[in-house]
Ligand binder design. Structure first.
Ligand code: FMN
Length: 291
């Protein structure tokens, strides 16, 4: 009832672990094996230490993070994927130009079923949301040369123009959205909470923004859309899928509910589908686009 296929990738359910949460080590990824696919931490060409602490803050109505794309670099990271016991690993990469993206894709390709290009970290300048729109197509073409399906992960900013560039280059799917650029102030100290001052906002509060982006993408383009942002319950997944998502990703939900969230949400999804007379999850996809 939940089996899903995107760009030729067969998944037991449409749930994926989102990039950046519980995905730096083999063990933490294996704890999420209830997901249909696991997206790795975004990895670059070299080790990156990330920003100074604090890098994470629970606002009480969602989470702020400014990890700063900390990662060990591609050569070290792929060691985590040796003999990993999960169904599908999708390699997330970030880069400063098409050449870097192409290099990372070639290094990741033997270990993953697809590549996800992070073009949307809201606090990482050119290796994130400020990656120039006119450089998106060449970067996607470089990544496609690795011979795996390519997904472009976009944020809420300028999403249609950026998606158009990705679609023009023959991207296999669009992932939306990343965290939303945001900040918090410690009023006792009179200073920003996060070490980087500005970070990315995630969790239930951003779900309506993600749903709007997915709806607009699915209305404008004929490529699979993977929805992410604020999913904590089975009903949130149904909402994203009715807006046009073929699959979804979960990040902050793991902070609140732990890694068993995948199994729990699959159970709840089946119960919801049965109760509402659907025979398969695919019947829900795009329902709201037709109304
Ligand atoms: C601590 C943390 C680290 C993240 N790191 C990455 C990352 O490395 N690459 C990326 O594409 N997205 C990253 N994200 C964004 C998530 O993948 C996701 O797009 C976002 O959090 C919205 O989904 P959620 O509300 O389910 O968390 C990160 C999010 C959090 C909370």
């Amino acid at each position: 009832m939940l089996d899903t296929e995107i760009a030729g990738i067969k998944m037991k359910n449409p749930l994926m672990l989102a990039s950046g949460i519980c995905d730096l080590t083999k063990e933490s990824m294996e704890r999420c094996s209830g997901a249909g696919a696991i997206v790795t931490k975004s990895v670059g060409t070299e080790e990156r230490k990330g920003y100074t602490n604090p890098i994470f803050y629970d606002t009480g109505c969602g989470v702020l993070n400014a990890v700063g794309l900390a990662n060990p670099g591609i050569e070290e990271y792929v060691k985590e994927l040796q003999e990993i016991q999960v169904d599908n690993v999708i390699g997330s990469i970030f880069g400063g130009d098409a050449e870097e993206f192409g290099y990372l894709a070639q290094k990741f390709a033997p270990h993953v079923v697809a590549l996800e290009m992070n073009l949307s970290c809201p606090h990482a300048k050119k290796v994130g949301a400020e990656y120039p729109v006119e450089e998106i197509s060449p970067a996607i073409e470089a990544v496609k040369r690795a011979g795996k399906p390519v997904f472009a992960k976009l944020g809420m900013e300028n999403i249609i123009d950026r998606a158009q560039a990705a679609v023009d280059a023959g991207v296999h799917g669009i992932v939306a959205i990343n965290t939303v650029r945001a900040m918090a102030i410690n009023i006792e100290m009179g200073m920003p909470v996060l070490g980087n001052r500005i970070g990315g906002y995630s969790g239930a509060a951003i779900k309506p923004i993600g749903v709007r982006c997915v709806y607009e993408l699915a209305s404008n383009f004929d490529v699979p859309v993977i929805g992410v942002g604020g999913i904590t319950r089975a009903e949130d997944i149904i909402e994203y899928m009715m807006a046009g998502a073929s699959a979804v990703q979960l990040g902050t939900a793991l902070y609140y509910r732990g890694e068993t969230v995948f199994e729990e949400l699959c159970r709840d999804l089946v119960a919801w589908l049965e109760k509402h007379g659907y025979g398969h999850i695919r019947e829900v996809v795009g329902v709201a686009l037709k109304r």
